[in-house]
Design a protein around this ligand. Sequence first.
Ligand SMILES: Nc1ncnc2c1ncn2[C@@H]1O[C@H](COP(=O)(O)OP(=O)(O)O)[C@@H](O)[C@H]1O
Ligand SMILES: [Mg+2]
Length: 257
Amino acid sequence: MEVITVANNKGGVGKTMQCYQLACHLAYKGKRVLVVDLDSQANLSSTFGVQIQRTMIPEWLIGDVEAEDIIVPSEGTEDFHQNISLIPSSRHLANLSKLLILSDTEIRRTSGRKERLLRKRLEKVTEQFDYVVIDTPPVLGDELIMALVASNRILIPTQAQDYSIDGLEELMDTFEIIKETENPKLEFNIIPSMVNSRRKIEKQRLEELAQSFNCTPPIRNLVQMQESISTRTPVFLMSGKSRGRGDYQALWESLGL
Ligand SMILES: Nc1ncnc2c1ncn2[C@@H]1O[C@H](COP(=O)(O)OP(=O)(O)O)[C@@H](O)[C@H]1O
Ligand SMILES: [Mg+2]
């Protein structure tokens, strides 16, 4: 089972989009995919047609409930949806940090450190899934740290703008710390996201970014991508000339996915 987290401590860079397209792509290839929505905004959950009153993710992490108690099937009529299971989120997830403090003694006893909770919990479902795709909130908090500890790789969608690239340094520092301490095999990929390559300044920033990091092929800013989310149709199934499909094909190929 490979665990892939999509992360960036900045919002609106295309994380949820990436998770949606990736989970559908893998499921379409026949892989069994578990989607874990760690963002209290729950956008990914609703894109898979699942809206719940109160997420049980905190209880699952602490060990009060098992994964099978909270995993739900994805909604959707296409065959590939049957390969997608979901641990959905809700606004309640915003209380996670408080709950972790309250359960500190128990967590120390069972997992040693709270950073390891998600990894511990996912170890129990390794036989049931080929991939876990994790969406994360736009902050460097408990959810993101836990996801980094639990993952084999992180995909980092990045917009070619100064402030976005500045925020990347903070994330990369955290990545290095996690790699040195809890997860030496963790790998990362920078994915230029929502790119408008006709803008000269973006092109320049992208070139700079590529000098510092090994970047994947870019995903362009396309109206079609927004339609993919609003119609809940992955881009590879959309009709018409699909630039989005081409972008994602090149991306998954470059990542070996
Ligand atoms: N490649 C793209 N082209 C056009 N719009 C996009 C693209 N990727 C994402 N979006 C749109 O931009 C907004 C933010 O994307 P989202 O995936 O929700 O970002 P995040 O999860 O990082 O906050 C959403 O409305 C989404 O539909
Ligand atoms: Mg999001």
